[in-house]
Ligand binder design. Structure first.
Ligand code: BTN
Length: 256
């Protein structure tokens, strides 16, 4: 069944949240659409799609987005902290918000640093955050979330999962989307919420053997900790301490 902007707004209203919504049955990428809508209106919107034809993942990868999943992006103003800290922090917060809402539906998740929400070692949800610059100045942030709900997982069944697979029942996508957005902003505005502490508790990467790949190199080590900015601290096989900010990390014990 197709969604509508009214249905999503209705679900948000039930959670005491008002944010303008744009809904598209099909669009290239909700992250790109959220930027366009923001630049046209100068307002922060929630953009939701029934499916994406060019869903984007991290590091230039694509994100499969068939009907039945939750594909959505929202924008918000940046705060005073440095951009890297806010980028890492918001990705972590988004992953925690997804995990927390999934708990309400009886789906137990962990987080693969920095932004994959896993269930039983398979990916349930991916998150793509982007900072938009106005000339040379960071202007606002876009958070894009793709969660497998009732959608088929064509050709990725070994590495991905959905709430349908995990619970055996179809969940209401508009409600799932609204709850995640609400939870994100709730956590963001809660000054007492300890992002790093909460993240450490459910991070599947910590303590694992990892492979780090970046455009320039590849190395192996153990993921020891997160630093104060949320970057991954890896002890390499030769005993070096390396801080990873944007490399691509695989957990060798969990995912290949
Ligand atoms: C990843 O797994 O590397 C991140 C995937 C992020 C996918 C979401 S779906 C909604 C939003 N629009 C996009 O094009 N990407 C994000």
């Amino acid at each position: 069944m197709l969604l509508s902007a009214e249905e999503i707004e209705e679900q948000l209203k039930k959670l005491n949240m008002i944010i303008p919504v744009r809904y598209y049955d099909a669009i290239g990428s909700t992250n790109s659409a959220a930027k366009l809508v923001h630049d046209e209106t100068d307002k922060h919107y929630l953009v939701v799609a029934g499916r994406q034809t060019q869903g984007r993942g991290r590091n230039g990868r694509s994100f499969q987005s068939e009907f039945g999943g939750g594909y959505f992006s929202f924008t918000f103003s940046l705060g005073a902290e440095d951009v890297t800290t806010q980028l890492c922090g918001s990705v972590m917060l988004a992953a925690l918000a997804v995990r927390s809402v999934m708990e309400e539906y009886g789906v137990d998740c962990s987080i693969k640093w920095p932004n994959d929400v896993l269930c039983g070692g398979r990916k349930l949800c991916g998150i793509l955050s982007e900072v938009v610059y106005d000339r040379d100045f960071p202007d606002y942030m876009v958070i894009g979330i793709g969660i497998n709900v009732n959608n088929p997982l064509t050709g990725i069944e070994d590495i991905a999962t959905s709430t349908l697979i995990e619970t055996g029942r179809k969940l209401p996508v508009a409600e799932v989307v609204a709850r995640i957005v609400r939870r994100f902003f709730e956590m963001l505005s809660d000054k007492d919420f300890e992002v790093m502490t909460e993240y450490r508790k459910c991070c599947a990467t910590l303590g694992k053997n990892v492979r780090v790949t970046s455009p320039d190199e590849e190395f192996y080590g153990v993921a020891e900790d997160l630093n104060e900015k949320g970057m991954l601290v890896v002890r390499t096989q030769s005993g070096q301490r390396r801080v990873v900010s944007c490399g691509d990390v695989s957990i060798r014990d969990v995912l290949s």
